[in-house]
Ligand binder design. Sequence first.
Ligand code: LLP
Length: 444
Amino acid sequence: MTTALLSGTPTGADDLSVWPASTARLPHGDLAVGGVPLTGIADRFDTPAYVLDEGEVRARCRTYREAFPDADVLYAAKAFLSRAMARWVAEEGLGLDACSAGELELAVASGVPAERIVLHGNAKSPRDIGTALRLGVGRIVIDSPSEIARLVAAVGRGGRQKVMLRVVPGIAAGAHEKIRTGTDGQKFGLSLTDGSAQHAVPRILAQPGLELTGLHCHIGSQITEVKPYAAALRRMVGLMARIRDAHGVVLPELDMGGGHGIAYRPGEPALDLAVLARRLRAELAASCAAARLPVPRLAVEPGRAVVGPAGVALYRVLSVKHTAGRVFVAVDGGMGDNPRPALYGARYAPRLVGRRSVAAPCAATVAGRHCEAGDVLAAGVQLPGDLRPGDLLAVPVAGAYQLSMASGYNMVGRPPLVAVHAGTARLLVRRETLSDFRSRDVGA
Ligand code: LLP
């Protein structure tokens, strides 16, 4: 039987290419992820709920280890972090990119070796720095000149901390202006173009308490082409050569950051990791040979590409409104659990699960339940024309920057996270309840 016959919807609407590899079609329009029916998860844990396929996360970690066997792969915890997630990535041999004391504490408590963690941040608080030093974090990435003195003071006499320098290489890349960090005029890093990166180097080298192990750059996020990475890498190696010439120091490490793009909807491009790895290796070898530099150890920091495609968001339809020629399908979540459409114009491909519809698809806007008009999860999507309250909608590629960016807006409460693996579902993070809100509100 063909896919279209099974689901009763046109083939395009039944495309599972951006879903976790474990996704399987079940009778009555249901889908199983990690061997667990999504309708069962909605019944057991209620909606909205996030589902994370452990096998998909682990497989993606392994793909990285295989593509970059000689590099350090550091999972960018900002995409999503929980105790289980930290454990999975550590067990798969990845390190971690953390950007707060909170992420550091959770990662180390979950078994990520501190020396495999890199601390980032354009504005590290005294607590961030204190926590990093106490836990013995592997690298701290210096983001501004003033941080040098602060770090030296925090390390103290006789102490020594490995650091890297975040450089802005002047390369424009990334899916949206708000996630482009490779050029001047944004808050991160020190510019290569105006010389501030070069100026910071001797200041760091002069500090006995700091050991400069290498350079770092992160040019942006949701990048689907290899070219900007190759261009950035050449500039970074150029700076390493100039540092060698000016200071006689050969830096042994080069961290090229993350930003590896994924497909959110069928047919969208994704960054090809094997191609990226091959190209970076080749560019590194060629640029280093040309500059007569030894090849530094490479690091990459993927967040989205590790966890994004492993997640699925589940929502219950609360209302369907036909108004002024448009169809609004309102669900029980929204910008409180996924601010990405509102922030970056991110597009998703929600679908009906748990019921087979034979109705013709129609263009609809999937709206959230929050009190503002911008609370839209997916505009202009094709959904069955007979969608009704009580239906279940599932949104694939929901694992990155959704729960980690979820808010308490309208006191709705953040959804739970359910891990699925080998036919079993288990709660990783429980739903935020009204009593959570009440217990934080300590005023009279
Ligand atoms: N390394 C550094 C220093 C970063 O700042 C980031 C992301 C990453 C690695 C990981 O980037 P990824 O591989 O996940 O693209 N909230 C936005 C994305 C913000 C990215 C911030 N930094 C979104 O939802 O698209």
